[in-house]
Design a protein around this ligand. Structure first.
Ligand code: HMG
Ligand code: MG
Length: 287
């Protein structure tokens, strides 16, 4: 039997969060419902962050309330602080994610605080989630390159990963936020990180800004990673690289994984349908 690789679907959250046009609620719900038919085990539905910071995610509670949940799928939400966690709990998110940065510059830009302060804010989120039996995933951003601080030393990533492990994150997703990583820099980063956390508890979250995400996934597969984050239609983009490609496209990752002999459990036809919805939401229906 071939080995399984899981794709964690990000389009409703990471894909949409940078879209300037206010996307109607029913389109967001339709996207999640379509994705629920594709075979994913985990779908990131939205985030409970400041609506001033990310206006597109302001209706995440309504999205959670409107979707048709399928058994066996974990519907996830980002929660930067306790306020976000309480909102995610009220929306009945199945799991939540805290998100830290490997660089001080990006931490400031994304969370308005230092790395250490962000970890302090996450601690009560994790405590509350533990008490509620809600799983917590961790993200680390800018794992190879930061738009403010330049190349990220692998040891800095490993330190934040270790902190998230200590807090009790069940899995830590490594974000190449601006898609500048190369197979070489991703490999060096993973080698440092795997001194702290085994591959089985890591995920690759590679944006495709420079067209290298698939190569970076292959480099990560070689080191034992078996979970990758992706967004149908390649939805999303980086606010620091306007016009650049966004998240790596789920359908492209799925096709490559199948080519490489892995099983993903995903239905390519439903993925194509979801990718079509995603592209329309981005105003790229004809692309
Ligand atoms: P702040 O301004 O320092 O926070 O922002 P504050 O505590 O001073 O609060 C300011 C206002 O926000 C207050 O409202 C709070 O009530 C409100 P006001 O009194 O002004 O009306 N507020 C909230 N509202 C709703 N939900 C909340 C919440 N918290 C405070 N949870 C804060 C700090 C963390 C809130 C802000 O910086 C923020 O929301 N940041 C989130 C940014 C974000 O969502 N980024 C994108 C996700 S991360 C990502 O994409 C990377 C990833 O994909 C991996 C990768 O690619 O690298 C995961
Ligand atoms: Mg991302």
């Amino acid at each position: 039997m071939s080995e399984t690789v899981e794709i964690f679907e990000m389009a409703p959250r990471d894909g949409l969060q940078n879209e300037k046009r206010a996307i109607p609620l029913d389109e967001k719900i339709a996207l999640v419902d379509c994705l629920s038919r594709a075979g994913f085990k985990r779908i990131e539905v939205g985030s409970f962050v400041s609506p001033k910071w990310v206006p597109q995610m302001a209706d995440s509670a309504a999205v959670f309330a409107g979707i048709t949940r399928r058994p066996g799928i974990s519907y996830a939400a980002l929660t930067p602080n306790l306020k976000g966690y309480e909102a995610a709990k009220a929306a009945r998110a199945d799991e939540v994610a805290i998100f830290a940065s490997a660089s001080e510059g990006f931490s400031r830009a994304n969370l308005n605080c230092s790395i250490a302060e962000s970890l302090e804010r996450f601690a009560p989120v994790v405590e509350a989630a533990k008490a509620d039996n809600v799983k917590v995933r961790g993200y680390v951003s800018v794992v190879t390159d930061c738009p403010f601080d330049g190349p990220t030393p692998p040891g800095n990533v490993a330190r934040v990963v270790a902190a998230l492990r200590e807090m009790g994150c069940y899995e830590i997703s490594l974000g190449d936020t601006i898609g500048q990583g190369t197979p070489e820099s991703v490999t060096a980063m993973l080698e440092a990180v795997m001194n702290e956390v085994p591959a089985a508890r890591l995920a690759g979250h590679y944006h495709d800004t420079a067209g290298r995400a698939l190569a970076n996934i292959e480099a990560s597969l070689a080191l034992g990673l078996r979970v990758f984050d992706a967004a149908v239609g390649g939805l999303g983009g980086c606010p620091y690289a306007p016009g650049a490609a966004g998240n790596v496209a789920t359908e492209a990752v799925n096709a490559r994984l199948i080519e490489l002999g892995y099983e993903t459990g995903l239905d390519a036809q439903v993925l194509a349908e979801a990718a079509g919805l995603a592209r329309k939401m981005k105003g790229q229906g004809d692309v």
